[in-house]
Ligand binder design. Sequence first.
Ligand SMILES: Cc1cc2nc3c(=O)[nH]c(=O)nc-3n(C[C@H](O)[C@H](O)[C@H](O)COP(=O)(O)OP(=O)(O)OC[C@H]3O[C@@H](n4cnc5c(N)ncnc54)[C@H](O)[C@@H]3O)c2cc1C
Ligand code: SF4
Length: 486
Amino acid sequence: MADPKGFLTTGREVAQSRPVEERVRDFKEVYVPGSLLPIISKQASRCMDCGIPFCHNGCPLGNLIPEWNDYAYREDWQAAGERLHATNNFPEFTGRLCPAPCESACVLGINQPAVTIKNVEVSIIDKAWETGNVLPQAPERLSGKTVAVIGSGPAGLAAAQQLTRAGHTVAVYERADRVGGLLRYGIPEFKMEKRHINRRIEQMRAEGTKFRTGVEIGRDLPADALRRRYDAVVVAAGATTARDLPVPGRELNGIHQAMEYLPLSNKVQEGDYVTPPITAEGKHVVVIGGGDTGADCVGTAHRQGAASVTQLEIMPRPGEERNPGQPWPTFPMLYKVTSAHEEGGERVYSVSTTHFEGDEEGNVQWLHLAEVEFKDGKLEQKPGTERKIPAQLVTLAMGFTGTDQENGLVSQFGLELDARGNIARDDHYETNVPGVFVAGDAGRGQSLIVWAIAEGRSAARGVDRFLTGASSLHAPIRPTDRSLTV
Ligand SMILES: Cc1cc2nc3c(=O)[nH]c(=O)nc-3n(C[C@H](O)[C@H](O)[C@H](O)COP(=O)(O)OP(=O)(O)OC[C@H]3O[C@@H](n4cnc5c(N)ncnc54)[C@H](O)[C@@H]3O)c2cc1C
Ligand code: SF4
């Protein structure tokens, strides 16, 4: 155990953010570089090494949190890094981007602010990279078996790394021009700089994983060609079909899906464009959807110099405290102030868009909305509350409905879908087609990076077992697991 009295003597302290006026002028990560390390062992000392560590159950990866908290407290960074990697291929992604369901489940959180688990995680992994302790782990022997992974998001990368290390020859197929899935094209640089993906890809290449970008399975390469070429396939294609808003005026110029808007900003940071083809500069921006994707649009619009940013949410404003229906240790729906919200803009709750109005050239200028309320369990418009707000750029961030079916991936493999429209799988992550597995958002529906990594690891175990008859790979979860978390 770290310090038996740590939780009594030390309060919770988190990473320092750069001042708003400084950080909105660039796309670098919002945190002050190096601000965590001086405080992190004290923070880790708050961990009580609980007899029943609920943080384990809160984390889909089953991260060995009290163990690495103890090593971080003792500043044994090497041992801490080994424990971290025992359950998580990419702690630098989760340490920056995870909503930390482990912290919602932390026992200390019952009557005190929880342990800063996520900050400890990112400090350990950043230190490991800095000190050259993240090395390629090439397999000692090759199995002679081949695996194709479709999609290079966190699920595909985790599955590929696990299977390569188990000795299989793995190729990752990605339709985009760069590897990383939503980590690369979606999540803004200010939440996670892409250099973190690049160095992991270098590590994976050195271990033997091959990457084939610009190849869309189903369109550029048919499913049966892949099946003939590989002994097993992992579909980790994400849930990239976005929900639309079919109201009058939707066809006007300037109304875009969030995932048409955000990747262009990522591409500016990659050096592909000087200015993004869709920009918020000088415009009144309205973001429809109050979740994380919406927040990413808000932060991006501020950095592009928007005249104003308004985020609309159809549901009522969540509370700031747990409600009785979401007690500890569940992951509660709370009012969140993300770094993007600290930077400005207005959030409007309980409103629904009725239509858009444009100018003579067909460009959107106004968004008409009305307030809504729950009546008999249904959301209804409140009469007399209609109004319009200026809107010269509108981004739709209303969630995703499932994996892309237009490219033929699902139909060519003959994959069955579950009741929610995701690719169905059994407890070993195998689909109805023998030898074809599924991991991440493609099977689970739109979710989180931590779940994608956990599913990638678990599917890798299923594949390894299919190819060799047994597997010693760590598999944190089964598809049916919902646990206490999001
Ligand atoms: C804007 C945004 C912000 C988010 N922010 C967070 C966050 O802060 N924290 C968090 O935990 N989660 C966040 N999420 C959710 C998280 O990114 C996803 O849950 C996660 O990336 C899913 O991983 P995945 O590997 O299953 O799929 P993805 O990351 O979607 O990757 C799937 C990949 O498959 C490729 N692909 C699809 N079809 C084919 C094909 N036929 N052939 C070849 N390649 C194909 C796609 O191009 C894509 O690269 C965010 C999501 C969005 C949209
Ligand atoms: S629940 Fe919290 S205090 Fe207990 S072991 Fe986990 S991190 Fe430490």
